[in-house]
Write a protein that binds this ligand. Structure first.
Ligand SMILES: Cc1cc2nc3c(=O)[nH]c(=O)nc-3n(C[C@H](O)[C@H](O)[C@H](O)COP(=O)(O)OP(=O)(O)OC[C@H]3O[C@@H](n4cnc5c(N)ncnc54)[C@H](O)[C@@H]3O)c2cc1C
Length: 676
């Protein structure tokens, strides 16, 4: 067998964003030898781009905030499809995780009396986002890195070796997870991961009984996106190929405000913090159009006049919030409609106006990155003129199905946290809920992985055959193509994939489009076997893309297949042919898994299936919400989402026979858990 570089750890964390770093800190603090592998430079993970803030019900700016209000907002934002247990843990633990960051050295913006300041964001009842100007992700990531360095220094003091218990492998891409088919139980446990160094192209093997996936999202499969080059859905696809399943893949969030001009920057994010701080959306007639787009489920919760909306910024007790801050799915759809009906801006967006609402120096102080971004990239001074904005692919709610408490997938030893994990956000994520998700579930996954390793009786082993296969798979694009056949160019395939996803599986979907998308994806899957790259293995971006394409294709198929099956509109999934919410879909999640015959990396159905294995999607029931959590909502609100039978357990429910309240209350609490 070929000689390759090998490492052996207790816990391997793949991804160095907020989720990965927080997981690694936890595993190392539990005394386990931990490695972090990331495909970009350390400190450059996508989390660094996060702008507006981190949602946590600390109640610093409005004392009425509490975990219960945050839980309710999160469930409403996700249109009640969320894993309620994840939403509960998140709402309860987020404040502690934010305060903990300050003990690691973070410094958030302050209120006048010195507490952590919190800003408004869409769908959050109270000002809730802890922030550092509009550069919150940078502070979060820098702080977690600082904590990692502090732990390495402590290890050095004790052992003389900085990397004795915690080591970072940067610019190293994992291409396959390896499992041990001889392990006990229904699913082969994870045994390690295989990858390559981006700089040298040389292979590397990590043996580890626990792997935490924290690889972020999938946005690079779409043409217009706010996401960075790293977002090729690697963790989603690695998990599928290792035997884990994905949930909710039809739910992709299109952020309402991306830049639309000039073309070279189309899709770059304009933070929701602009609207949170007072910015408003207008169409080409100058009208604040969001007042016409408050959906029935939110009626009564949002201001009906501009005066009330404007008063709300200073007095939230006597006024209702502005509809400019409806959840993102609603705002993105509204912008889409305005543009389609001819009331858009010259470059196909709408206007976002902060200039007329706040003094110039205040805009520069509160939104320094936005000021800089528009000045440098579009030659627009946002203190003097409105921005042009439109929807951009931003976040994937769908991800690896995990146990809410431990982060473990159905593959023993395989954990996931952060954007690559599914369930927490249901059909639509509220802004700010990702950064807190990374901290809460990053910590839980690190803890889950540590407990799993400590409890193991036998360490799973990597099979040499699988290593050989994983290596061969990475090198296939260098193989000369049979005479007479032109190889496929990875950049061409990527551009085609992005167009398919953008045009056919975008913000508004129809059955016909999704069927067409699946046909086109099948074609691309066939062509990806013929990808040929030129040059050698040293820092070869064409080769890297060829390998990423496998993942993008698997994940795109999961998105399109799930979107085809869900015959309703909910959150980030809008069907033109099924425009309404359907209560019979509220408790059903769509689960994607990989279709393979046999076990091991080489197994697959038909020639080349091992390169991009097929996926299949099936519905599964979401467990019913615990009665004490259900009781946090008014029955009248729940009736907009639930079937009558499901609400029999609500304290205010009238029993059909008894005719008075409370008779139908469910007797025993359901077991905890929430992710199918
Ligand atoms: C412009 C922008 C602004 C945002 N603002 C906010 C905000 O204000 N508040 C909020 O809550 N959310 C915000 N979000 C969303 C949020 O930033 C992300 O959801 C979150 O940072 C994801 O973190 P993560 O830890 O899951 O993954 P990431 O931070 O993306 O980290 C992924 C890591 O995985 C590594 N990786 C990926 N694939 C591989 C592989 N095959 N091998 C090895 N390593 C791999 C990457 O190199 C990286 O280190 C914003 C997003 C964008 C794009």
């Amino acid at each position: 067998m070929t000689e390759i570089e090998r490492h052996d750890y207790d816990v391997l964390v793949i991804g160095a964003g907020g989720a990965g770093l927080r997981a690694a800190i936890e595993a190392r603090e539990r005394g386990l030898r931990t490695a972090i592998v990331c495909k970009s430079l350390f400190g450059k993970a996508h989390t660094v781009m996060a702008e507006g803030g981190c949602a946590a019900a600390m109640g610093n700016v409005n004392e009425h905030d509490s975990w219960q209000v945050h839980f309710r907002d999160t469930m409403r934002g996700g249109k009640f499809l969320n894993s309620w247990r994840m939403a509960e843990l998140h709402a309860k633990e987020a404040p502690e995780r934010v305060w903990e960051l300050e003990t690691y050295g973070a410094l958030f913006d302050r209120t006048p009396d010195g507490r952590i300041s919190q800003r408004h964001f869409g769908g959050h009842t109270y000002p809730r986002l802890a922030h550092v100007g509009d550069r919150t992700g940078l502070e979060l990531l820098r702080t977690l890195q600082q904590r990692i360095v502090a732990l390495q220094q402590a290890d050095h003091d004790e052992t003389g070796d900085f990397e004795a218990r915690l080591r970072v492998f940067a610019e190293c891409t994992v291409t396959e997870l390896l499992t041990d088919p001889d392990g006990d139980g229904h699913h082969a446990p994870v045994a390690g991961a295989f990858g390559y160094w981006r700089e040298s192209g040389r292979h590397v093997l990590f043996s580890a009984p626990a792997v935490v996936l924290a690889t972020g999202g999938i946005g690079k499969s779409f043409q217009v996106t706010s996401n960075s080059w790293e977002y090729t859905g690697d963790g989603h696809a690695l998990a599928l190929r290792a035997g884990a399943s994905l949930v909710d893949m039809e739910f992709v969030q299109f952020h309402p405000t991306g830049m639309v001009w000039p073309p070279s920057v189309k899709g770059i994010l304009v933070t929701e913090g602009v609207r949170g701080d007072g910015g408003v959306l207008r169409n080409s007639d100058g009208e604040r159009f969001m007042f016409g787009y408050v959906p029935d489920v939110f009626k009564g919760q949002y201001a009906q006049t501009e005066d009330e909306a404007d008063r709300w910024y200073d007095d939230q007790e006597s006024n209702r919030r502005t509809p400019d801050l409806l959840p993102r799915d609603e705002v993105a759809r509204a912008i889409n409609t305005e543009v389609k009906e001819g009331r858009g801006s010259p470059h196909g967006g709408v206007y976002l106006d902060i200039a007329s609402r706040m003094p110039a120096d205040e805009i520069r102080r509160r939104l320094p990155s936005m000021y800089h971004q528009f000045k440098e990239l579009a030659d627009v001074d946002i203190t003097a003129e409105p921005m042009e904005v439109g929807p951009t692919c931003h976040y994937v709610m769908g991800g690896i199905a995990v146990d809410p408490d431990t982060g473990q997938s159905r593959v023993p030893g395989l954990f996931a946290a952060g954007e690559c994990a599914g369930g927490m956000h249901g059909s639509n994520r509220l802004g700010g809920n990702s950064l807190s998700d990374l901290l809460v579930f990053g910590r839980r996954a690190g803890l889950g992985a540590a407990d799993y390793v400590v409890g193991l009786e036998r360490r799973p082993a990597v099979r040499d055959d699988d290593v050989e296969l994983a290596a061969a798979m990475t090198l296939a694009p260098f193989e000369a193509h049979p005479a007479g056949l032109a190889g496929e160019n990875p950049y061409t395939l990527h551009a085609e994939l992005q167009r398919v996803m953008n045009d056919l599986v975008g913000i508004i979907r129809t059955e016909q489009e999704m069927v067409a998308a699946l046909d086109r994806l099948a074609e691309l899957r066939a062509r990806v076997h013929d990808v040929v790259v030129e040059g050698h293995r040293q820092y070869n971006p064409g080769w890297h893309l060829a390998l990423d394409l496998r993942n993008m294709l698997m994940v795109s198929e999961a998105v399109a297949s799930s979107a085809l099956l869900r015959t309703e509109s909910r959150g980030g999934h809008t069907r033109e042919d099924y425009p309404g919410l359907d209560a019979t879909w509220r408790h059903r999640v769509l689960v994607t898994h990989c279709v393979r015959s046999g076990s091991g990396l080489g197994a697959g159905a038909g020639a080349g299936a091992a390169v991009v294995p097929r996926t299949a999607v099936e519905p599964a029931e979401r467990e019913p919400m615990r009665p004490d959590l259900l009781a946090l909502f008014d029955l009248t609100e729940l009736e907009k989402y639930y079937t009558p039978a499901e609400l029999a357990g609500h304290p205010d429910a009238r029993h059909p026979d008894a005719g008075h309240p409370n008779v139908g209350r469910a007797a025993a609490p359901q077991p905890e858990g929430g992710t199918a």
